[in-house]
Design a protein around this ligand. Sequence first.
Ligand code: PLP
Length: 461
Amino acid sequence: MKRAIVTDGVPGPRTRELAARGGFDMQAIYRTLVIDDERSSGPWIVDVDGNVLLDLFANFALGALGYNHPAVMAVTRSEAFARAAANPTSTPFVTTASWFDFTEALQSRFAPRGMAKVFCVDAGGEGVEAALKAAFIVHGERRRERAGAPKNPLELSEADQRAVLENRGTDAVVVSFSGAFHGRGLGPLSATHSKVIHKADLPSFPWPTAPFPANRFPLAQHAEANARAENEALGELEKILAAHTGRVAAVIVEPVQSEGGDRHASPSFFRKVQELAGKAGAAFILDEVQTGVGMSGTLWAHEQLDLAHPPDMVCFGKKMQMGGFFATAPYAIAQFGRMYQTKNGDRARAMIAEAILRTVVDDGLLERVRTVGAHFLAGLEGLAVRYPALVSDPRGRGFLLAFDLPSPAVRDDFLKRALGRGVFASYTGTRSVRLRPHLITEKEHVDDALAVFDTVLGELA
Ligand SMILES: Cc1ncc(COP(=O)(O)O)c(C=O)c1O
């Protein structure tokens, strides 16, 4: 397929006509495209007007293998998939044999190293919420044990049980980082600090926030300032942990802050955060909702951090087709009634997830993401040299790519013009362009996108 704009601007008339029908949907305010999913293929979106667009948005990194990938389509056409979709189960209580194929595949091939269990929910933010709960549960049990009180909450005194029911259960906290995004439920939102509009008027837990030392790029040019920022941030984290001694249930961090503006820190920063969390007796949780399943060039981005030992928990979502978290043995919550949700394991979604994971690993897509991603980044660095007044901080790991433009208005103009030329990219932070190619994207697609970016920047210069 090839990029082609056949209407006078995007969106075209048929898209506008259809979108106008969607007004009952509260989320209609965001709608950019109405796609023809029969004709869309690989990294190419065909919209209902017949425009062909290169998709570097991939539905906020939800998309993994592009549109209508044969491995995914083969699964979804099977009788087994139809039955799994038609007969949803409360999987913890009742399931079918296919569920064990999925959990065994995770355990033997796809879960991050060191993980003992998986917990599955529907969305990424729900997975984070569940991981935070597991951290609080383990923290509470350990605290009671140290105090000589019963570990099992059902053995607490009547007064203590009443305190639990009346929301006076714990003063424990979760430490998160400035600019973080962990989801929109009221738990994860208290660890989210990317945009005021996400949090305004909503109640939050009074949890502390450590500064995140967003690296400047190119790294070689900013090495000293980046190292200083990381040391200062670690100093602040240490102070926060000391001020909350014995009360920190978890420290949660994204390997690359995605929604907050594609902000990176060095592997040594993460190693130190893990060490400090461990010393504070807190769970070290990595939120890989956006960075996981190959996006960074390794199946899990934290494989590139060279951590001294596995994180205590790893949250997933997006490309996994469901949310959830992997847990090391101490965070595998076993008590009946503690963590249950009705579905906890959508068998149809699991079949798709397994097809995606197998394809990513067996078809050499991780290697491709690394090489094509490095090529894309080199191209963005070239644009930063050609347009120094416009493009700054080109950065990336695998296909987690971004660069900055001078202001939100210029960034939005850039994205609109790129869309009008058939390249669909998205935004993050205040003035960053976020690129999240499907994992099947090839060098020729990247070169095509870079040529469009060059043209648009030329127009803006
Ligand atoms: C790092 C991270 N955590 C959590 C979430 C929330 O995922 P969901 O929107 O599926 O609930 C996102 C979504 O963008 C994310 O990027």
